[in-house]
Design a protein around this ligand. Structure first.
Ligand code: PLP
Ligand code: COI
Length: 342
């Protein structure tokens, strides 16, 4: 769908909240979801004892809408976000919002905010944030009986300042997730857990944390908001496999792109911190991060410098980035079912 765009300085947007015109709201009560509405009202009014406020019963998703070269608006694999939110809800004893209705609600919300979807080539995108929370009073530790599901949208630029410049990150002394915990779902509580670690990393001058596996602290997990990709010196793409990391849709898509489109070898396996020094390239992948290159990883004062350096992305990460963003922006043909036109 086409619409006159808002007059924003798209190229200089950071990753922040800008209030857009419309949002979606649905409520769960007496064991059922209502149909939901698109509304102008950006305020949430809750009882002081709402489940989300007491025991953090909330989960969320993140995906993006893009304007293609010919002016259409598209979304990237929203069905996978719908399914992942379904899984998050089940783990948190929340009532899943039906997958087909989720995709429809996201489509409707983006359509209602078409003027806010950044123009093709601007470097910005429309970030879509579906989220759900327990809304009725809860004081004993138990799931809420009532929930609200909302979808907000906000135009965003790069997640990391400096765009495509390689990042310096640190190995964290904190754990993000527990063994058999909630690291594999998109629960708000995982992000609350990571706030002290990210503030600490930023104070020390690092862009992000590399979290290690909580049981042995020897294996690479992920960062606070993205999965890792490594490239070996002979061009194999390696990405950590773990039950306590978020199953990134970007990472799953890149594994397919690497294997099926670029003809690269891919290994999804445990990656030890010890072997990181032997890799040629490193990147962080996610909806917000897209693929952000990492140039240096600091492990308690010991620097691990990627041969790809601090100036630009390594060649394999660059190829993956160009192919993925080409597909997302409609410049390259997408695998079947990846692109939803709004
Ligand atoms: N890992 C974490 C902890 C995240 O918050 C995200 C963002 O959603 C990702 C990985 C990347 O996942 P996706 O590619 O589905 O956005
Ligand atoms: C996303 O990439 O959508 C996320 O949710 C990551 C978040 C840290 C912004």
């Amino acid at each position: 769908m086409k619409m006159e765009k808002k007059n924003l300085d798209w190229a200089n947007l950071g990753f922040g909240y800008v209030k857009t015109d419309k949002r979606f709201v649905a409520n769960y009560k007496d064991g059922a979801w209502d149909d939901g509405v698109i509304t102008d009202d950006d305020k949430v009014v809750l009882n002081e004892c709402a489940g989300v406020l007491q025991y953090a019963q909330t989960c969320f998703e993140g995906l993006k809408a893009y304007t293609t070269e010919d002016g259409h608006i598209v979304m990237f694999r929203p069905d996978l976000n719908a399914q992942r939110m379904h899984d998050s809800c089940e783990r948190l004893e929340m009532p899943p919002f039906p997958v087909d209705k989720f995709v429809q609600a996201v489509t409707d919300t983006v359509k209602a905010n078409a003027a806010w979807v950044p123009p093709f080539g601007s470097g910005a995108t429309l970030y879509i944030r579906p989220y759900m929370f327990g809304s009725n009073p809860v004081i004993g530790v138990k799931p809420a009986d009532e929930y609200q599901f909302r979808i907000l949208t906000t135009p965003v630029g790069p997640y990391f300042k400096g765009g495509a410049k390689p990042l310096t990150i640190k190995v964290s002394d904190f754990d993000r997730a527990a063994p058999h915990g909630t690291g594999h779902i998109k629960a708000g509580l995982n992000y609350a857990m990571s706030l002290h670690a990210i503030v600490t990393a930023h104070k020390e001058g690092y862009a992000e944390n590399m979290y290690l596996d909580p049981a042995t602290r020897t294996k690479v997990e992920e960062t606070g908001g993205a999965n890792f990709l490594f490239v070996t010196k002979d061009g194999t793409v390696v990405t950590p496999k773990s039950n306590s990391i978020l199953p990134s849709i970007t990472r799953r898509s890149l594994v397919y792109v690497a294997k099926e489109i670029l003809g690269l070898k891919v290994e999804e396996r445990e990656v030890t911190l010890e072997e990181v020094k032997d890799f040629a390239e490193c990147g962080l992948c996610g909806t917000a991060a897209v693929i952000s290159p990492v140039g240096k990883i600091v492990d308690h004062g010991k620097e691990i410098c990627m041969p790809s350096g601090m100036e630009k992305m390594g060649p394999t990460i660059q190829k993956l980035y160009d192919t993925l963003t080409g597909i997302q922006m409609g410049k390259l043909e997408a695998p079947k079912g990846w692109i939803y036109t709004v």
